[in-house]
Design a protein around this ligand. Structure first.
Ligand code: TTP
Ligand code: MG
Length: 386
């Protein structure tokens, strides 16, 4: 019993209710606007009482609960809160596997001598999240990931469920198969067809039948039904660099095409930096020639950035200096990543402007997808390029 699964309750909505006390105890959802055909990202537990759920069209949510407060998604804020939650987790074990912004697995096998048994660690973490962040989390403790995840879900919100090895079979038996990991609508429908609704009933099916019906996945179902799960908690490796590259369908001689490709790569890498709340202090240009010879050149930046402009300019200078077309592959990698917000006294006018434009573009991308917009210069024909 060394595995914890911790999941924040109604995460986005709880963060908003915490920051706007007048919304506490009220039905609140976070998501897209009904006039944009937006959907619910998450609903407060008060809103769930009206039948409102994640992924439901906002227009329907408003019909179910006319007094509903609808708030936009504030990714930046949730990422910040998520980082604080993960930092609390990390204080108790380095074997930490974040699954999404608001949930993670922890393997505390090596920490129990120091902090006490797994359930004590779970209780301490839950209390710290409440006291330090004014948010509630549900904690599951079990012998493996599968059981810990079901346990954290068992008594939400603010749940605390410990399932020891001896209790596993008894705990699983009445649970609906749709709660099981890896059972999607299709598998569930096909099992329902056999009259199987609970994990206890699933356990009665022989291995051969499950393998015959679901292939490799059949064995997983067989084992999960018995509470067996040998997947390790995989600690997240620290991100040291972030890069993006393209191999051209045919070798490129035109420097202008290479420059535009660089700009696209810079846009993408910068967007990934912003998503991770990271800034880069160095840019590496990677060039592979038709004979597979590989050249990399690195340039430090005057100040850390998460904007495409400075990344593109540094990469472009390296390109002008070192590149001898034709080129087979081009890549841009950002290194020297930092997480902390840097305060700069002297802001470059152009950068301030770019920051504003980039933030506006990010909003559109969050709403409509990555590919809807690109920098205007990417749309220009080569001879129009300034
Ligand atoms: P969940 O942990 O699935 O949901 P939750 O934290 O809102 O509620 P609870 O755990 O108490 O049942 O997801 C975490 C966050 O991820 C959620 O607050 C919003 C976001 N999310 C979406 O944006 N879209 C979705 O469809 C889902 C399920 C979640
Ligand atoms: Mg959650």
């Amino acid at each position: 019993m060394h595995i914890l699964h911790i999941d924040m309750d109604a995460f986005y909505a709880s963060v908003e209710q915490r920051d706007k006390p007048e919304l506490q105890g009220k039905p609140v959802v976070v998501g897209g606007r009904p006039e944009d055909r937006g959907v619910v990202a998450t609903a407060s537990y008060e809103a769930r009482r009206y039948g409102i759920k994640s992924a439901m069209p906002m227009a329907i949510a408003l019909k179910l609960c006319p007094g509903l407060t609808v708030l936009p998604v504030n990714h930046h804020k949730y990422r910040r809160v998520s980082a604080a939650v993960m930092e609390i987790f990390r204080a108790y074990t380095p074997i930490l596997e974040p699954v999404s912004l608001d949930e993670a697995f922890l393997d505390v096998r090596g920490s129990e001598k120091l902090f006490g048994p797994a359930e004590v660690i779970g209780a301490v973490i839950q209390k710290r999240i409440q006291e330090e962040l004014q948010l509630s989390a549900s904690v599951g403790v079990g012998p493996n990931k599968f059981i810990a995840k079901l346990a954290s879900d068992y008594q939400k919100p603010n749940g605390f469920t410990v399932i020891s090895q001896e209790k596993v079979l008894q705990f699983l038996a009445p649970l609906r198969i749709s709660k099981m990991w890896g059972i999607g609508d299709k598998t569930a429908a096909s099992l329902n067809h056999l009259g199987i609704k609970t994990i206890g009933q699933l356990r009665e099916l022989p291995l051969e039948l499950l393998e015959g019906k679901f292939g490799k996945h059949g064995r997983v179902l067989y084992e999960f039904a018995r509470g067996v799960d040998n997947r390790p908690v995989k600690p997240m490796r620290e991100v040291k660099s972030l890069g993006k590259e393209v191999t051209f369908p045919e070798d490129i001689c035109d420097l202008e095409v290479l420059r535009r490709t660089l700009q696209e790569l810079a846009e993408k890498v910068a967007r990934r930096l912003r998503r991770g709340d990271l800034k880069t202090g160095s840019v590496t240009l990677k060039i592979k020639y038709p004979d597979f010879q590989l050249v990399t050149r690195t340039e430090s930046l005057p100040e850390p950035t998460d904007l495409p402009g400075p990344i593109y300019r540094a990469a472009g200078q390296l390109l002008a200096k070192h590149c001898k077309p034709p080129v087979r592959l081009l890549g841009v990698t950002c290194g020297k990543l930092t997480g902390e917000r840097q305060i700069t006294l002297f802001r470059d006018e152009q950068l301030v402007k770019e920051e504003k434009v980039t933030a506006a573009l990010d909003k559109l991308r969050d709403r409509y997808g990555e590919d809807v917009i690109m920098a205007a210069s990417l749309l220009k024909k080569p001879n129009e390029h300034s």
